[in-house]
Design a protein around this ligand. Structure first.
Ligand SMILES: NC(=O)c1ccc[n+]([C@@H]2O[C@H](COP(=O)([O-])OP(=O)(O)OC[C@H]3O[C@@H](n4cnc5c(N)ncnc54)[C@H](O)[C@@H]3O)[C@@H](O)[C@H]2O)c1
Length: 387
């Protein structure tokens, strides 16, 4: 099977979908690769490194049997896809209706990394996890940059400095990595989540777990949290407000698939924080977990710095690409038969679950729902005498 690796063109996207190390292993198994010149340059991967690994560097990327990407394709990229080329990447099926519609119109068959079912057989393909790990780690480093305080306790001749108090809201993959990283830096860490199973995971990292009554046990489908009701949201915000004020750093990572991110830190909570405190809001792409967040910006409100980075994994392109490439490798190995030829077995739960469009038809219920929701409402029929 021939696989194309384009250079990412989305602003700020420095990752690449496959790295030479993975290409070398797959080439040994009979896969062929064509890589666009410069595809890995932002991740410090030279064209020569790809060639040495066995890839061809040059034209013809978009006409390969499978094209692997990181970011969702632009309309121009979709127009370049070959007639029967299969596309793989982060396609944002639950939120990015435009991409789904454009892929369908182009007659494409496309697989979204986000939609790979989170079953144990698919763990090696779990790109949401591999990239959330990067984001969780980096969020703590951002917090250290923006705070004027130490993270660890310091006992010096000039006196003792207490450790920073860090609160991590949302303890999924990114949150747990943030907790572990803040702990390694010596902070006193507390974690919180609405899913009951998380308490033990937070504590096993040496952090305290914040117990709240509101939203307790709000498990949804597939291991995710469900959206809280309006009453639960209000109660959660009120309970959190007093707690938040006691921390120096708050890192927020709470998400509900396909929904606006829940507001956990209200404007009132920010106002109550100590001057100089820092909030790092990782949910900016979904609207933010803090009411005063401006996605993509660093703002100071009520003497609190609120940082909301977008696409944080792209700021660590070397390791983020290396991990993503291994996820892509596992998926690609599932898309071939014993002879190494492309064969899409739609009876396989992973292939079926990750497929968004199949030869132009939208086959993913969540993606179809997002497309329907984005469609303009049909015009009201004109009635006689209407003004
Ligand atoms: N292959 C696998 O089996 C596999 C791999 C990775 C993760 N998982 C599981 O998937 C689940 C989701 O992980 P994720 O990191 O992708 O989640 P996510 O990115 O969707 O959300 C991040 C966290 O926010 C929490 N959250 C949502 N609403 C909240 C609210 N109102 N208040 C507080 N917290 C809130 C969620 O519970 C989650 O822990 C976890 O159970 C994780 O263990 C499974």
């Amino acid at each position: 099977m021939r696989v194309g690796v384009p250079k990412e063109i989305t602003d700020g996207e420095r990752r690449v979908a496959l790295v030479p190390e993975v290409i070398r292993k797959m080439a040994a198994k009979g896969f062929e690769f064509v890589v666009e010149p410069g595809a890995g340059s932002d991740a410090m991967l030279s064209d020569e490194a790809y060639e040495e690994a066995g890839a061809t560097v040059g034209d013809g990327v978009w006409g390969a049997e499978v094209v692997v990407k990181v970011a969702a394709p632009t309309d121009e990229e979709i127009a370049k896809l070959g007639d029967s080329t299969v596309l793989v990447g982060f396609l944002g099926p639950l939120t990015n209706a435009h991409t789904t519609s454009a892929l369908a119109e182009a007659g494409a068959t496309a697989f979204a990394m986000e939609s790979i079912p989170r079953i144990s057989r698919a763990q090696s393909m779990d790109a949401l996890s591999s990239q959330s790990n990067v984001a969780g780690y980096k969020s703590v480093l951002l917090a250290t940059q923006h705070t004027g305080r130490f993270f660890p306790m310091m006992m010096t001749a000039a006196g003792t400095v207490p450790p920073a108090r860090v609160l991590v809201l949302g303890a999924g993959v990114a949150g747990l990595q943030a907790i572990a990283t803040a702990r390694r830096l010596g902070a006193q860490v507390t974690g919180y989540d609405v899913r009951a199973a998380v308490a033990e995971q937070v504590q096993s990292l040496g952090a305290a777990f914040l117990e709240l009554e509101a939203g307790k046990g709000a498990e949804g489908e597939g291991g995710y949290a469900r959206e809280l009701t309006d009453e639960e949201k209000a109660a959660q915000q009120t309970e959190l407000a007093d707690k938040i004020a006691t921390f120096d750093v708050v890192i927020t990572t709470a998400l509900v698939p396909g929904r606006r991110a829940p507001i956990l830190v209200t404007a009132r909570s920010v106002e109550k924080m100590k001057p100089g405190s820092v909030i790092v809001d990782l949910a900016g792409e979904s609207g933010g977990n803090c009411e005063l967040t401006e996605p993509g910006e660093v703002v100071v409100k009520h003497d609190v710095t609120i940082v909301s980075p977008l696409n944080l994994p792209a700021t660590m392109p070397e390791h983020a690409s290396a991990l993503y490439a291994r996820n892509v490798q596992s998926l690609l190995e599932l898309l071939v038969d014993d002879d190494g030829e492309l064969q899409l077995n739609f009876d396989d739960e992973i292939i079926k679950g990750a497929c968004i469009t199949r030869e132009g038809e939208i086959v993913h219920a969540g993606a179809q729902k997002a497309v329907d929701a984005a469609a303009p409402a049909p015009a009201e029929p004109e009635t006689e005498g209407a003004e």
